[in-house]
Ligand binder design. Structure first.
Ligand code: NDP
Length: 483
């Protein structure tokens, strides 16, 4: 088990190059150097993957659920046993601190397999009784061949979050990780081989979104698509999938509000707000990028938050003292910086950050940026409306509960929201009115894998997690028996 210089697709149980024989560069963001090569797959590779998945489907979908449980648990075990190898690969590929890969990304990836391996043992369907006449029961059957497409920010974490429930429910999968962070998906293919996953049940096709990803969405034999990524890509996918009547789950972008009341536990709020703002360089769809603070504590919050943000250590992803590593790519760094310039044009004041980090030695060309805090911007400006997906937050005061709710709901997005107050009645009142799929009160990123996960408005359609995922990956069929 370990990374290779030339990655391969995982099709029909074997590691194979792309049909074209072409490769793409894989760059490590901390050094900006090419360190491995990814198969540049296209529709021919996807077609092979789909054919393999179709061949595997009858046996896998009819396998005893204990067989699926055992194999998925074995995959989880292998990831867990190789924590160091997977974590290192994740940090090299994405630029994130090794401490995060080791404590969040990889443990959660193995937990996804373990959770859905056991969830399928407890999955039951409904029955509806018409007294003295009939009984209805709902069969929950796997859909067939499904497509799973995931982004670069939490590579194996999100990849496995889709693949595990799809496999647990008896589907066969054609999956594509982001071409920017393919290494842990490649290691996963090795783990699947080692775990004895029957050939063709999971197929991993590497390559570009517009080519390999698009071929998955276009393929008529793929009956459902679970996609996590940007809202614009989600729109394109929906436009293709809807007329083909594919089942669709879209987990898209966010512009999440963080509402802080004067009566909060200030110290706890400060610790968690730093995390919710800058974890993974702000490259988590659930990061809070708009912070609204009740006016009586605005100045105190601002001073303390800016001070603590300035202390955050940006740099070597493999150093134990690093808080923020590199952004994922040159292009993404430029995008984030363009928003910082835009914020200034829109009248914002940069309170800290806003600059690249001057690095030495191996890391001198890496994509490092100081975490940035901006104030003085209205809700309707682009900086406060568009997803930046970087270490950039805006702060603004509010005076009333009503105003805080209007600000929080004032974008096209509706993924998550955070509320800080000791007044639980107020917190509940607000939670009911927030347009977000997930509301955290006095915490952030506390995750229970049984809960529904997903967004409203432009943040997506459908929910993942727990029973929602098992339902998404199965077709309900009602059987009515008259007696
Ligand atoms: P993208 O939408 O660019 O890409 C996501 C995935 O889709 C990648 O694997 C990409 O491949 C692929 N892809 C791109 N174009 C197509 C296409 N036309 N057809 C099929 N697949 C395609 O998103 P990013 O990778 O930039 O990820 C960041 C985004 O993801 C942010 O907006 C973030 O908010 C969102 N996100 C949402 C989450 C949620 O749960 N709601 C969680 C995490 C992130 P490639 O990378 O190879 O181009």
């Amino acid at each position: 088990m370990g990374p290779d210089k030339y990655l391969k697709n995982y099709i029909d149980g074997a590691l194979v190059p792309a049909v074209s024989g072409e490769y793409l560069d894989n760059i490590t963001p901390a050094t900006a150097k090419v360190y491995s090569f990814i198969p540049d797959s296209d529709e021919k590779d996807v077609e092979r993957a789909v054919e393999a998945a179709e061949r595997a489907f009858p046996e896998w979908s009819n396998a005893d659920i204990r067989t699926r449980f055992r194999i998925l648990t074995r995959i989880a075990d292998i990831i867990e046993q190789n924590l160091d190898v997977f974590s290192r690969a994740e940090s090299i590929d994405s630029g994130k601190p090794i401490s995060m890969s080791k404590s969040v990304d990889i443990p959660r990836s193995q937990a996804n397999f373990r959770f859905f391996a056991t969830a399928i043992l407890h999955f039951s369907s409904e029955s509806h009784h018409i007294p003295s006449e009939a009984i209805n029961f709902t069969l929950r059957q796997p859909i067939g061949v499904v497509g799973c497409i995931s982004p670069w920010n939490l590579p194996l974490y999100l990849f496995s979050w889709k693949i595990a429930p799809a496999l647990a429910t008896g589907n066969c999968v054609v999956a594509k990780p982001s071409e920017m962070t393919p290494m842990t998906a490649y290691l996963l293919s090795k783990a699947c081989i080692e775990a004895g996953l029957p050939k063709g049940v999971l197929n991993i096709v590497h390559g570009l979104g517009g080519k390999a990803g698009q071929a998955i969405v276009d393929n008529p034999k793929i009956k459902a698509i679970s996609f996590t990524g940007g809202t614009n890509t989600g729109k394109k996918i929906a436009a293709i999938a809807a007329p083909a009547f594919k089942k669709l789950s879209l987990e898209l972008g966010g512009k999440n509000p963080n509402i802080i009341f004067a009566d909060c536990d200030f110290d706890q709020m400060m610790v968690d707000t730093l995390r919710s703002s800058f974890s993974n360089n702000g490259q988590i769809c659930l990061c809070g990028s708009r912070i609204y603070i009740e006016r009586p504590i605005y100045e105190r919050f601002k001073d303390e938050f800016v001070k603590r943000t300035s202390f955050l250590k940006v740099g070597d992803p493999f150093s134990s003292v690093t808080d923020l590593g590199a952004l994922v790519s040159q292009q993404h760094k430029e995008k984030v910086m363009s928003y910082i310039s835009l914020a200034e044009v829109e009248g914002g004041t940069i309170l800290c950050g806003g600059k690249e980090v001057e690095m030495q030695g191996d890391y001198e060309n890496g994509y490092f940026l100081r975490p940035t805090v901006i104030e003085g911007l209205p809700i309707d400006c682009r900086t406060n409306q568009e997803e930046i997906f970087g270490p950039v937050v805006t702060i603004a005061p509010f005076d009333t509960e009503e105003e805080a709710i209007a600000l929080a709901n004032g974008t096209a997005y509706g993924l998550s929201a955070t509320v800080w107050t000791k007044n639980i009645a107020k917190a509940n009142r607000i939670a009911e009115r927030l347009q977000a799929g997930i509301v955290w009160i006095n915490c952030w990123m506390v995750r229970d894998l049984r809960t529904p996960f997903g967004g409203m408005k432009s943040s997506g359609v459908g929910r993942e997690g727990g029973l929602e995922a098992l339902r998404f990956f199965t077709e309900p069929k009602n059987v009515c028996i008259r007696y």
